[in-house]
Design a binder for this molecule. Structure first.
Ligand code: AMP
Ligand code: MG
Length: 424
């Protein structure tokens, strides 16, 4: 007889997964491979930024004192000694009445203390002289050494995700190599005798395996190293052996399908035979109430539902945060944001729903609508969704205009948050 499963709340399920032990291994990689990874150590500035006083524009480096008396009625003439481009340094030091023509980024020539932009000067004698009709003060238009950041300050903190801007920061401070979290290796098996690979033609009773490619991509987006082991037919012994073997080679294993109570849903029996501890096998959520997480020697086995929407949501709520936490990411959870419902959800549901939705900005803020059919077995709504609309369980439905939380899906893992989803 099938034993009834006792549902636990989403937050309880999340907290059980997040309590599994993690070992963050680090790996030093070249800067060009560091993007998307998590920093494993704070990065300090190895020099002031900018590293020298410099000109922020194309103009003339002058001694401010020379311009003190300049006015329309009393224009001052300065002799131009040379032209210096960015990357070069001046070869002469201007004395009274002399200046140097400089380009944006040029180091301030010795003896000069202000920059006058071309547009405020008049060139005379074929550029050998310039005429100035107003006074300038020391440091006018000069970018001062260290004004942006002082040497030894913290540029980026351990646990931050290395996005494009962070790469610029690392490059600025000479980090040709970066200490990062080593991506956790996560194996994937799709179970189901009905599955065809995407390249295969449809045949009666069979469907294409969309879960495995989807989960592999979710893993990449979460920064893990995916290992695809393939599809498994619903045969207990074979599945048991493959799962047991894969566990030897990965930090975590994801299976899709076979976690429910059907005659050919063998994952529960596999966990039992493995001696794995089942953290939960029923969550008060839709889709994906059968999402099961077990652990063996602290290593998680994520048993995601075969239903594509449920599989997707199960990954995003449990596997993704665990992976990011294992990388030392200080923001492992999906980012919640307040939104307003753009359509009605009249049917009450005792379980918290995570509707695959589309969130758009309009004049009144963020508006969330379902991306397609809101059913566990639906795959096509996933293709267009950019958020999960959170509809806490209860005895009433929801109306257009109700305030809700949405969990933003970004795909690149950058939009993550330090707190898990809260149920009301
Ligand atoms: P299961 O969780 O194994 O009971 O499967 C639930 C539903 O999801 C069934 O209709 C399956 O055919 C379908 N399904 C299972 N695995 C996949 C997969 N890898 N890709 C797409 N659909 C699947
Ligand atoms: Mg199945």
């Amino acid at each position: 007889m099938v034993q009834p499963r006792k549902p636990i709340s989403v937050s309880e399920a999340v907290s059980r997964v997040m309590q599994l032990p993690v070992h963050t291994y680090t790996e030093t990689v070249p800067l060009e491979q560091a993007g998307g990874r998590i920093l494993a150590a704070d990065v300090h500035a190895d020099a002031d930024v900018p590293p020298f006083d410099r000109s922020p524009l194309d103009g003339f480096a002058v001694r401010a004192a020379d311009t003190k008396e300049a006015s329309r009625e009393n224009p001052v003439h300065l002799r131009v000694l040379e032209t210096v481009g960015a990357g070069h340094t001046a070869t002469v030091k201007p004395e009274a009445g002399e200046c140097i023509r400089v380009m944006t980024g040029t180091m301030m020539p010795e003896g000069t203390d202000a920059i006058i932009m071309f547009e405020l000067t008049k060139e005379l004698e074929n550029g050998a002289l310039i005429e100035i009709t107003r006074a300038f003060h020391p440091q006018d238009n000069v970018v001062i050494q260290g004004e942006e950041m002082k040497r030894d300050s913290v540029v980026l903190e351990k646990g931050e995700r290395i996005h494009a801007g962070a790469v610029a920061g690392l490059a600025t401070f000479g980090c040709a190599e970066v200490e990062t979290a080593r991506p956790v290796k996560v194996g994937v098996y799709a179970t189901g005798t009905e599955l065809l690979e995407p390249g295969e033609a449809l045949e009666p009773g069979k469907i294409r395996n969309s879960n495995a490619p989807m989960v592999l991509q979710q893993l990449r987006e979460a920064g893990a190293e995916p290992v695809y082991y393939g599809q498994l037919p619903d045969e207990f012994e074979l599945c048991y052996e493959k799962v047991a073997d894969a566990l030897q080679h990965v930090d975590a294993l994801i299976t899709t399908g076979g976690v429910s109570v059907g005659d050919f849903d063998f994952l529960p029996a596999i966990y039992e035979k493995l001696g794995a501890e089942v953290l939960f096998n029923k969550i008060a959520m839709r889709p994906g109430s059968v999402t099961t997480v077990a652990a063996i020697d602290g290593k998680p086995l994520f048993g995601l539902s075969g239903n594509p929407s449920a599989c997707f949501v199960g990954f995003e709520l449990y596997a993704g945060p665990w992976i990011r936490q294992a990388h030392g990411d200080t923001h492992p959870y999906l980012q919640p944001a307040p939104a307003v419902l753009g359509s009605d959800f009249p049917k009450p549901n005792p379980f918290t729903r995570f509707v695959r939705g589309i969130v758009r900005f309009n004049e009144s803020g963020m508006v969330a609508v379902p991306a397609g059919l809101d059913k566990s077995q639906v795959v096509t709504s996933l293709a267009r969704s950019n958020a999960l609309i959170v509809l806490p369980g209860g005895t009433r439905g929801y109306q257009k205009g109700d305030a809700v939380d949405v969990l933003m899906l970004r795909g690149d893992g950058s939009d993550t948050f330090s707190e898990p989803v809260k149920e009301r």
